[in-house]
Design a binder for this molecule. Structure first.
Ligand SMILES: Nc1ncnc2c1ncn2[C@@H]1O[C@H](COP(=O)(O)OP(=O)(O)O)[C@@H](O)[C@H]1O
Ligand SMILES: [Mg+2]
Length: 369
């Protein structure tokens, strides 16, 4: 979807000043303000226990916010029961009815909405076609594979044309290959049906693959809400830099700040110039973030401009098919990763000292970890 369409779309869901505690003491959602636009695929991404499911359950109506209000199409919904919210749900464990056939499972949301028999038949057929399982309509869930069961759960969540669909780690129980295939299927369904999806996962590559925007959760707080490329290129803090994609950390102290850039003395020796993203000023501790694919190994005798040139000791190399990784010891970080062409890693000998460099704009000075 294009940025223009997204930014001009009205908010379908608004979390306003939301807090949640289960025990009256510890806030598991500390302060949540989040707008979800109509037609958007938004993912709540974060480690286990960061408050993603709790947030989704408050939107679904199975948990009540301790503070704040949630609006659905501009209507406060704190006191609206789950079945009156017009929301479809998909969970990790499928939650299909084992004694009902596939067709009956898919028809279930229609029966509780008193849909006519003809309309039900029509919609169930269309839903079965959508998940390419027309021939399996009379089977029971126990006779299907995990991937097939999750497709049925998907069809059941979509069959009543809800304005909003929530998915909580729906692919978590599937193996990697099937998971990646279903990521693309769900993404395609979202695009063809134009529905709004709120998706929960702890898997950053899944979030990057599927989402228009990602809200990164940590410890009950949204750290950053952004498009996938913006999260990767412009993380606002060390948590986001580390959680999204591969990341090298170098610890240091800010010496000088000059507009957007700062000069940082590394704890392990040497100094580099970095983008001053999240540093308070000269004298502050900082963690530098550099992506493995933004680093060059400088061959012997080549003179780089020297701004961010550092000695590195080769630890080992890892061959990964389409690329290789050089594991280096750089300024006290013994697991510093540099992405190299397969083949190029052959010439790196464990124990030898080489030089690396990277551009100041590819090195972010962030909060210390
Ligand atoms: N029903 C509950 N009662 C008490 N504590 C809960 C309940 N559900 C979740 N929690 C706690 O709230 C925190 C956030 O959990 P959750 O929202 O499930 O996180 P996530 O989905 O990101 O893993 C965790 O510390 C968890 O133990
Ligand atoms: Mg969860």
């Amino acid at each position: 979807m294009e940025a223009g369409i997204l930014t001009s779309a009205p908010a379908l869901v608004r979390f306003s000043g939301i807090q949640k505690t289960y025990d009256g003491e510890h806030l598991v959602v500390k302060s949540l303000d989040l707008d979800i636009r109509k037609g958007e695929f938004i993912t709540l991404l974060g480690p286990s226990g960061s408050g993603k499911t709790t947030t989704l359950m408050m939107l679904a109506g199975f948990e009540v916010p301790t503070r704040g209000e949630i609006y659905l199409a501009d209507r406060p919904i704190k006191n609206v029961p789950p079945h009156k919210r017009d929301i479809g749900m998909v969970f990790q464990n499928y939650a299909l009815f084992p004694h009902l056939t596939i067709a009956e499972n898919i028809a279930f949301p229609l029966s509780v909405r008193s849909t006519s028999k003809a309309e039900t038949q029509h919609r169930v057929s269309a839903a079965l076609r959508m998940i390419k399982m027309e021939t399996l309509a009379q089977r029971r869930p126990g006779q299907l594979s995990g991937g097939q069961q999750q497709r049925v759960a998907l069809a059941r969540a979509l069959v009543f044309n809800p304005q909003l669909v929530l998915m909580d780690e729906p692919l978590g129980a599937l193996d990697k290959r099937l998971r990646e295939q279903m990521q693309l299927e769900i993404k395609q369904l979202h695009e063809t049906m134009g529905i709004t999806i709120v998706y929960v996962t702890h898997d950053q590559s899944e979030a990057l693959t599927m989402s228009d925007r990602i809200a990164v959760f940590n410890d009950g707080i949204v750290q950053q809400i952004d498009r996938p490329d913006a999260l990767y290129e412009h993380p606002v803090n060390s948590f986001v830099a580390h959680f999204i994609g591969e990341n090298n950390v170098l610890k240091g102290t800010v010496e000088t700040v000059d507009k957007q850039y700062c000069r940082v003395a590394l704890a392990g020796g040497g100094a580099v110039t970095a983008r001053a993203v999240n540093v308070s000023g000269a004298g502050a501790s900082t963690s530098l973030s550099v992506r493995p694919e933004r680093i060059n190994i400088v061959p012997d005798g080549t003179s780089s401009d020297g701004t961010n040139r550092l000695p590195a000791k080769v630890q080992n190399t890892i061959y990964l098919g389409d690329h290789a990784l050089a594991v280096l010891d750089v300024a006290g970080n013994a697991e510093f990763m540099v992405k190299v062409q397969p083949g190029a890693h052959d010439s790196l000998r464990p124990g030898e000292t080489i030089f690396i460099d990277f551009r100041p704009e590819d090195c972010l000075a962030l909060d210390p970890v």
